[in-house]
Design a protein around this ligand. Structure first.
Ligand SMILES: Nc1nc2c(c(=O)[nH]1)N[C@H]1C(S)=C(S)[C@@H](COP(=O)(O)OP(=O)(O)OC[C@H]3O[C@@H](n4cnc5c(=O)[nH]c(N)nc54)[C@H](O)[C@@H]3O)O[C@H]1N2
Ligand SMILES: Nc1nc2c(c(=O)[nH]1)N[C@H]1C(S)=C(S)[C@@H](COP(=O)(O)OP(=O)(O)OC[C@H]3O[C@@H](n4cnc5c(=O)[nH]c(N)nc54)[C@H](O)[C@@H]3O)O[C@H]1N2
Ligand code: SF4
Ligand SMILES: [Mo]
Length: 788
């Protein structure tokens, strides 16, 4: 799709200019980009490559370069807007230190080699390890920023070619608990609702998500809704004051880290006690269950909690969590101790506030949307807290219909489209299937045209265990692609040391810029990024979007899909990607699509996605997208007369879970008296490798400070700008103190963002994880702070 400049102006005029009102500070257009826009010769569509909101952009091209970008007025997600990262897209391609040639480690230096040499070395390392130690001695670690084509290809190579399930995605660090939350409650992944709910609801519950900074365009849709209708209420529950607690939030509740479990149960307690439940919905569409408790924290190697039958691979039912059905009376008895007063004791949120927000959610005439991101998922009880917010929507019947929607926000642009839907995880197969299920293996082997025995039934290492295995020496060769784990894993000191222990270990890293991970590599492959290659992404609301290659990558850089196929050829698996004359991307996608067809995960054809602006939300049946799942009249899988059917579950009923409050893995004590919580800032993307190459973004936030509460700082004699040591049982960093500004932390809490490689806060964090989802908890550990 190409638009002339005149056509574009016409389209823009047609939309009536400013669609939404926005806080200026968040959306300044970086210097230079606006003028460049005037000189673009051609405009092509692409989704933004940053966050999971999935905004549609128009990319301005001139003489083989990206010179400008604009929000696509026809993209339903953003309707012509972009945030400051979106506007910076052209500049991320042109940092001076882009990788241009393959590099091989020689001692402490890297030397340039040819692609043939690089791929031959890589292939021989993989082959040697597999021959000597079996397929489980090698691993692939990809990303929620990997395109659907690349994710599908690497999954196929690993599971149908090499015959190992040691393939993971960084999305394990990001949305694994959301996935296990979906599976345990609904038997099927991904949201039932969509962004349209933002314009159709009256009440927003923001559960520890700073989406003013992290999902700005979606946040602006909430703000717009609020501005249009004073009856709209916003409840912002957070562990510190941030941009998402600013006006116009109506209720702001700052709670102690991890105490959301108690608050959510207390809200259910009030809803049940005050008769705000929807009895007929519960009777028809819900069952009640109770699972294991005291499930541990995954801090030890090879940790197994025994909940799912993971030790019995043949009957493995993922996330089934040894559970039993209970009656509604038993559930009510379970809720009995969770009085608002008890939750106040654990959380610090006044009991009356908890009552007030429970009533808001329960009020029969109100519609409710709940949103959450890493506050819920990076949580040692992440699956449980996801379950608990679904409980609230199921108790009140406010789910799976316009305006009533629990909406799990995704972080990365294709954590949904690639990691979850393509199944780039150690237990998964494409289309929501599982390696441990014999029927699923049969179907996959059939589509992949390989003997079924090729696909291993044993789930591979999950991310934390994968890097522990590398440290122990059980993994010899790993390919890390589009992710920067030696900055982003928790307790990263252990895994950085493990990576360079030598022996047979060989680490291949594909990246676009120098990173902490590339610094730990044996072989560095220079990659193409974003519109330097063709791609597809899938966002939070099940929306799949496509873009074509528009410009060439610098130097000898090649796209990741090409790298995968070249490796496959050298491993004797080239036939997996031999589609004759057909274009590779189209052939891969059309094959991939067979996995989900007829199972509620139907995708449209490659050709349709290539054509349509702004993408489509699955299931796409007969060319029509689905906005609300599980609801008659909206979801083609729900038959007339069924009303609601949660068809992921065998009985069609969603589960309300009795999940208790259990303490976090580590809490402040005398030696380490502060909570450390970590996260992000608006201007930077994750480890900053791409946003720190954009001058305006770098200047705006040049380093990661530590936010300290002003009273705590006073007691410790710390002033703004002082150097402060943040130290845990695992490691320490030194950085500059910040007492206010965009964040204000409560007493006893400090906050450090993780984008800055000079402030490696993950040396300090704890690698405890949710035993069900295996997602680590970056949001809480114990530290002490002192002025340096
Ligand atoms: N600018 C920018 N945007 C991004 C990204 C980026 O790097 N930069 N990354 C994207 C990605 S991959 C992700 S995952 C998202 C992350 O998006 P967010 O999760 O919104 O952001 P974070 O800064 O990781 O987390 C901060 C939030 O965690 C909450 N929190 C901390 N502890 C707890 C707790 O115990 N319980 C609860 N309920 N909440 C708690 C805080 O209240 C705060 O709202 O952002 C996406 N968008
Ligand atoms: N302390 C702390 N740590 C965290 C979190 C937290 O909240 N606190 N959040 C976690 C979460 S939610 C996430 S999602 C992770 C994110 O963690 P990572 O994925 O490790 O971080 P990124 O910086 O996105 O790394 C992507 C890398 O890929 C490179 N790259 C970009 N485009 C391409 C491409 O097309 N091809 C190739 N080959 N490379 C490319 C970039 O330069 C960069 O080095 O961090 C996790 N770590
Ligand atoms: S909100 Fe997310 S997807 Fe939209 S422009 Fe900003 S970073 Fe890109
Ligand atoms: Mo994430």
């Amino acid at each position: 799709m190409t638009l002339s400049r005149r056509e574009l102006l016409k389209t823009l005029a047609g939309t009536g200019a400013a669609v939404l009102t926005l806080p200026d500070a968040l959306f300044a257009i970086p210097e230079g980009v606006a003028e460049a826009a005037e000189t673009a010769e051609e405009w092509k569509k692409s989704p933004c490559r940053f966050c999971g909101v999935g905004c549609g952009a128009l990319v301005g091209l001139r003489q083989g370069k990206v010179v400008a970008v604009k929000g696509d007025p026809e993209a339903p997600v953003n309707r012509g807007l972009l945030c400051i990262k979106g506007y910076s897209l052209p500049k991320i391609l042109y940092g001076a230190d882009r990788y241009r040639v393959p590099l091989l480690r020689q001692g402490n230096k890297f030397v340039q080699i040819s692609w043939d040499q690089a791929l031959d070395i890589m292939a021989s390392k993989f082959k040697e390890a597999v021959q000597k130690h079996g397929p489980e001695s090698v691993a692939m670690y990809f990303s929620g920023q990997t395109t659907i084509f690349e994710g599908y290809a690497i999954n196929k190579l690993m599971k149908a070619g090499i015959g190992s399930n040691n393939i993971e995605s960084n999305a394990r660090l990001c949305m694994a608990s959301a996935v296990t939350g979906f599976y345990s409650t609904f038997g099927m992944d991904e949201p039932m609702g969509c962004y349209d709910d933002f314009e159709l609801t009256d009440t927003f519950f923001i559960w520890g998500s700073n989406f003013a900074e992290m999902h700005p365009i979606l946040y602006s849709r909430m703000m717009e809704r609020k501005h249009q209708d004073p009856n709209v209420k916003i409840v912002s529950l957070q562990t510190y004051l941030n941009r998402s607690t600013d006006e116009p939030a109506d209720v702001v509740a700052i709670f102690k880290p991890h105490s959301d479990l108690a608050i959510a149960n207390a809200m259910a307690h009030v809803i049940v006690k005050e008769g705000l439940t929807n009895g007929s919905f519960i009777q028809k569409y819900v069952t009640f269950k109770k699972g294991l408790t005291g499930i541990g924290y995954g801090v030890e190697d090879n940790f197994e909690y025994g909940g799912a039958s993971e030790s019995n691979w043949t009957t493995y039912r993922p996330f089934a969590d040894k559970a039993h059905t209970i009656s509604i009376e038993e559930y009510k008895a379970f809720l009995e101790p969770y009085t608002p007063e008890y939750a106040e004791k654990l959380s610090g949120v006044p009991a009356d506030t908890i009552r007030q927000i429970a009533r808001l959610l329960g009020e029969p005439k109100r519609k409710a949307v709940s949103c959450w991101t890493m506050g819920f998922n990076q949580h040692v009880r992440g699956t449980w807290i996801n379950n608990l917010v679904y409980n609230l929507h199921l108790l009140t019947g406010k789910i799976a219909e316009p305006g009533n929607s629990p909406l799990s926000l995704t972080g990365q642009p294709s954590a949904c489209g690639t990691t979850r839907e393509v199944g780039v995880l150690s237990h998964a197969l494409p289309g929501g299937m599982f390696v441990a299920n014999p029927e699923h293996r049969k179907k996959a082997a059939h589509i992949w045209n390989v003997p079924v025995e090729r696909i291993s039934s044993r789930p591979g290492y999950h991310t934390m265990e994968m890097f522990r295995a590398l440290d122990r020496g059980d993994i010899k060769v790993i390919w890390i692609n589009t992710t920067n784990p030696f900055q982003t894993l928790p307790h990263v000191g252990r895994y950085r040391r493990g990576a360079r222990k030598g022996g047979e270990r060989f680490i291949v890293v594909s990246d676009v810029y120098p990173s902490e991970t590339a610094r730990h590599a044996d072989l560095i492959l220079p990659s193409a990024m974003w519109v330097e290659k063709e791609g597809m992404f899938g966002n939070t609301e099940r929306r799949t979007q496509h873009w074509f290659k528009m410009v060439d990558p610098p130097g000898q850089a090649r796209d990741d899909l090409w790298q995968i196929v070249e490796l496959a050829k050298r491993l004797g698996s080239g036939n997996l990607f031999d589609y004759g004359e057909e274009p590779l991307q189209k052939a891969l996608f059309e094959e991939y699509r067979k996995f989900g067809q007829g199972s509620g995960k139907d995708l449209a054809s490659y050709d349709l996605y290539a054509k349509v602006r702004g993408g489509l939300r699955w299931p796409v049946v007969e060319g029509k997208e689905t906005r609300w799942r599980y609801r008659e009249g909206f979801d083609p899988y729900v038959k007339k007369g069924e009303g609601v059917r949660f068809y992921g579950q065998p009985d069609g009923r969603a589960v309300i879970w009795a999940r208790p409050y259990e303490p976090p893995a580590e809490q402040p004590d005398e030696q380490y008296p502060f909570w450390l919580t970590t996260g992000r800032v608006l201007e930077h993307w994750h480890t900053g490798t791409i946003t720190r190459r954009v001058l305006e973004l770098h200047r705006a936030v040049p380093f990661a400070p530590v936010w300290i509460n002003p009273e705590d700082a006073g007691v410790l004699g710390i002033k703004v700008g002082d150097q402060v040591r943040v130290r845990s049982r695992r490691g320490e960093i030194i950085t500059t103190a910040q007492l206010g500004g965009r964040n204000t932390v409560p007493k006893g809490v400090v906050f450090v963002p993780f984008f800055d490689e000079n402030v490696l806060i993950n040396l300090v964090t704890l690698d405890a994880y949710d035993p069900i989802s295996k997602q680590p908890d970056y949001k809480k550990c114990a530290v002490r702070i002192e002025k340096v």
